[in-house]
Design a protein around this ligand. Structure first.
Ligand code: BGC
Ligand code: NOJ
Length: 833
């Protein structure tokens, strides 16, 4: 069954029935204030940190699912027969059988509308650029032949800021809730949530309504009634608020507005929910009282209760996205490719940039901050859209690096400090910083970033140029080599669940934080491949920077590691995965299970290992490794992580074998790894295979199997159940995954082949043989490149005409200063072939 369709011209996905297989969500916010919003208005909001500054409550794992949201109820106040009927225009939480329903998820906004009993109600939620608030526009139209007398109730449930504490510390929480209410007869009504404001917090939340209030509620149990629930609140059922003021228990914000609409009449009500901070010395008004000083917040509230200002803010939001997405637009023969590149994949990259892995339907916002390796990889997918924010992100990340070159695995977005609560020693972590900085330099040409002084572990006085951080990242690997000369794996490498030093036998113990052995034996072929890739990248950086000797040194290290991989990292038909704590092979034909893993096949080929080898198997061969992937790991739904799946728990392997076969790291289709294989296929020149793999996990291409896939068809999911799973093809953990950035890189830079380099834009498409060509516009270092690719024969050779003149090779040099447009015509393939 289809649950909706793409409206590409508006850059929206339109959901046409509310009961999607899972909540299909979207994100609001761009910089500091964020929210999740589902297709039925479920979700929550927070300021910068989903754990520490959560504004509203959401109940994960609740029934019905997706409970807690931006709720609106409409009630018919009479006359009969509809008198007393009430519903939610967003379907949840009242879940009436709406006559029409649609949800449009757009870029940074969601609009949900419906009709019931002749009353149309359209909601639109968005966060204006640069503001710490969200606007809800509600437009109600009376399609009846008679006057409609209606009540509108809004409702949010406030979170007492720290989401973890909020969900656990009831003995305290039930006593600390505090609110203030401004509800004069003729001015807009504002509810302030100020729990803990009296003491050490200087922030509060506000929830305002553009209309005079008929009433309000701020105490949940009054609004809902004894043992009440969100689908039938007492206040809504009886048609009148209780004007409750919360002292402790569960503070909410609910406005009650009465409307009288003539036939055909339309009215707009605006609600504004937001976060505000006062300076310490201006918390209270009058000073010495316990009342919030509202002098700085009121003008902000008033601005967004004005319909004209709201429309202008919405137009600015759309323009912002048009500009961001305008950096790279394509027209290809394949709609799924064009749509994902032009709209949704780029959008998802911005979301992973902002949220890392913190808050989604699958990430509670409590557990995980900003991942070091995750954020570095995410950068690959957004650097072209917001380079100045990429710069800031790189400097933030590098500032958490340790003097040893190692990294905290995560940092908290609010403090930007490394988070000790999560285990460290993931030995791949620091290498990703080199790839992120390389991508930034290629995109921007801003070499000054390398000279930025950046502290270690955020310690004042420890500042060194960023370049020094990159050197230490490489050194970190070289200081930790194992018995074969391969990198020690530490707690784990990219695969968090390959815990070769953990040996956990305690039920429930976290593999991320459990004690691990010192780990002087277990080695990772994956880190070796990543090291080769990163060392070559750093060599390129050093050479460009005018340090040829250092560049040579990094290349020598890369070559040495490559030869170690050739000697000890090749299994005959594919790259090995690792050596365990007893120096036994992992990911080898010698293993009973887990004989072949996808990660080293991708990363080693991307690092250039085995590109020249023949197929006899004595030496690593990229082609052979990829053929093995095709034969052993590729399924119709994507490439699984390993085969055969582990069928039981192996103490010496760790979390990977804790998952049932076919799920997550245990032979799931871990989508993040698939683009590595696409890139590898492009590197060996197979555009048909690269694009075929691309389509297997492309969400838009999977829209037609929505009942199996179940997650949103507009964004990538971390995982699709593998062929060993009873639910093969079912996706999970959508939105916050490195899959977004890597697929973006694979399709734009390697398959479409439009690739920033230190020296200019390289254009070398490796597309399917049956593609007649494609068009692209790419803004690169301030210049707009209009690229037109025409296939003249089979294969991947290219002949470039730049502004009408032929050039040698693939690299389009930057035009002379002042020229802002470049036309590139690409003849693809060899005529006659
Ligand atoms: C998951 C991994 C994830 C890790 C992070 C594991 O349970 O399987 O995908 O990276 O947790 O905490
Ligand atoms: C998800 C984590 O966020 C990422 O860092 C890791 O590489 C993958 N899981 C694989 O375990």
């Amino acid at each position: 069954m289809r649950y909706g369709f793409f409206d590409d011209s508006r850059r929206e996905y339109v959901i046409t029935r509310p009961d999607t297989p899972l909540p299909w969500i979207n994100y609001l916010g761009n910089k500091s204030y964020f929210g999740l919003v589902s297709n039925t208005a479920g979700g929550y909001s927070f300021y910068r940190d989903a754990r520490l500054r959560r504004l509203t409550r959401y109940r994960y794992n609740n029934v019905p699912t997706d409970t807690g949201g931006r709720y609106i109820y409409v009630r018919d106040d009479g006359p009969p027969p509809a008198a007393g009927e009430y519903w939610s225009p967003t379907w949840q939480p009242a879940r009436r059988p709406l006559e029409t329903y649609s949800c449009r998820h757009g870029l940074g906004y969601t609009a949900i509308g419906s009709t019931y009993l002749g009353i149309e109600a359209q909601t639109r939620y968005f966060v204006p650029l640069g503001e710490n608030l969200e606007v809800w526009q509600l437009i109600v139209t009376n399609h009846r032949e008679n006057v409609a007398r209606l009540s509108v109730f809004s409702c949010v449930e406030f979170c007492l800021w720290d989401a973890w504490d909020d969900a656990t510390n009831f003995q305290r929480n039930f006593s600390i809730g505090e609110v203030e209410v401004d509800a004069n007869d003729d001015s807009p009504g504002v509810i302030y949530h100020k729990s803990e404001y009296r003491e050490r917090r200087n922030h509060f939340a506000f929830f305002a309504c553009s209309e005079p209030l008929a009433g309000f509620d701020t105490q949940r149990e009054d609004f809902l009634g004894p043992y009440g629930s969100w689908d039938s609140p007492a206040a809504v059922a009886r048609g009148c608020s209780f004007n409750s003021v919360a002292h402790g228990w569960a503070p909410i914000g609910s406005h009650h507005v009465r409307l009288e609409l003539q036939p055909g009449e339309t009215r707009q009500i605006i609600f504004v929910l937001g976060y505000h901070e006062n300076p310490d010395e201006e918390k209270f008004d009058p000073p010495g009282s316990q009342q919030i000083d509202k002098r700085t917040v009121r003008p902000i509230i008033d601005r967004y209760l004005d319909a004209g200002n709201v429309e202008a803010a919405f137009a600015a939001l759309r323009a912002y996205w048009d500009e961001l997405l305008g950096v790279f637009q394509v027209e290809t023969p394949d709609i799924h490719t064009s749509r994902m590149v032009n709209i949704w994949n780029a959008y998802q990259c911005m979301v992973t940039f902002n949220l890392s892995r913190s808050a989604s339907f699958f990430e509670s916002g409590i557990g995980r901050g900003m991942g070091f390796r995750d954020s570095n990889q995410d950068l690959l997918g957004f650097v072209h859209m917001v380079p100045e924010r990429a710069r800031e992100r790189i400097l933030d990340l590098a500032a958490t690096q340790l003097e040893s070159g190692g990294a905290y695995h995560q940092y908290q977005p609010l403090t930007k400090r490394g988070n000790d609560a999560v285990g460290g020693g993931f030995n791949d972590d620091p290498l990703w910083l080199i790839l992120a900085v390389g991508a930034y330099l290629k995109e921007t040409g801003d070499w000054s970033i390398l000279d930025e002084p950046v502290p270690y572990d955020n310690r004042p006085g420890s500042e060194q140029p960023l370049y020094d951080h990159l050197e230490r990242s490489l050194r970190y690997t070289l200081d930790r080599l194992g018995p074969h000369g391969l990198p020690l794996i530490g707690r784990a490498d990219w695969n968090d669940c390959l815990n070769l030093n953990t040996f956990s036998s305690t039920p429930g113990e976290s593999f991320q934080t459990a004690d691990t052995k010192d780990g002087t034996t277990a080695e990772s072929v994956f880190i070796a491949g990543l090291f080769v890739l990163a060392a070559k990248e750093l060599a390129g950086i050093a050479r460009w920077r005018g340090s040829p000797q250092e560049a040579d040194r990094f290349e020598v290290e890369a070559a040495k590691m490559e030869s170690v991989v050739c000697q000890h990292g090749w299994d005959g038909d594919w790259f090995l995965r690792a050596y365990d704590d007893r120096s036994h092979k992992v990911g080898s034909r010698e293993c009973a299970e887990g004989q072949i893993f996808v990660e080293p096949q991708g990363i080693c080929v991307m690092a250039g290992i085995g590109l020249d080898a023949g197929l006899d198997g004595s030496q690593p061969s990229a082609k052979k490794a990829l053929a093995s992937v095709g034969e052993q790991l590729a399924t119709a739904h994507g490439i699984v992580l390993l085969q055969p799946a582990y069928t039981r728990y192996y103490l010496h392997l760790g979390e990977i074998s804790s998952y049932p076969p076919g799920y997550k790291e245990n032979a799931g289709i871990f989508c993040h790894t698939n683009p590595w294989i696409m890139i590898a296929e492009a590197i060996v020149g197979d555009g048909d295979r690269a694009h075929d793999y691309y389509l297997r996990i492309n969400p838009s291409a999977r829209e037609k199997i929505g009942d199996l896939h179940r997650c949103e068809p507009y964004v990538y999911a971390q995982m699709i159940a593998g062929s060993d799973a009873p639910t093969h093809g079912e996706a999970k953990n959508s939105w916050l995954t490195g899959t977004a950035a890597w697929n973006y890189v694979a399709i734009t830079q390697w398959i479409l082949g439009i690739r920033p380099t230190f020296d200019g834009l390289e254009i070398a498409p490796i597309v399917p043989n049956d593609w007649p060509g494609f068009e692209a516009t790419r803004i690169f270092r301030g210049v707009t490149y209009r690229i037109s690719v025409d296939r003249v024969g089979r294969g991947n050779s290219v002949a470039l005409l730049v502004d009408g003149s032929p050039i040698e090779g693939h690299l389009v040099p930057l035009p002379p200063l002042g020229q802002t447009e470049v036309m590139v015509n690409v003849a693809l393939g060899r005529a006659g072939d």
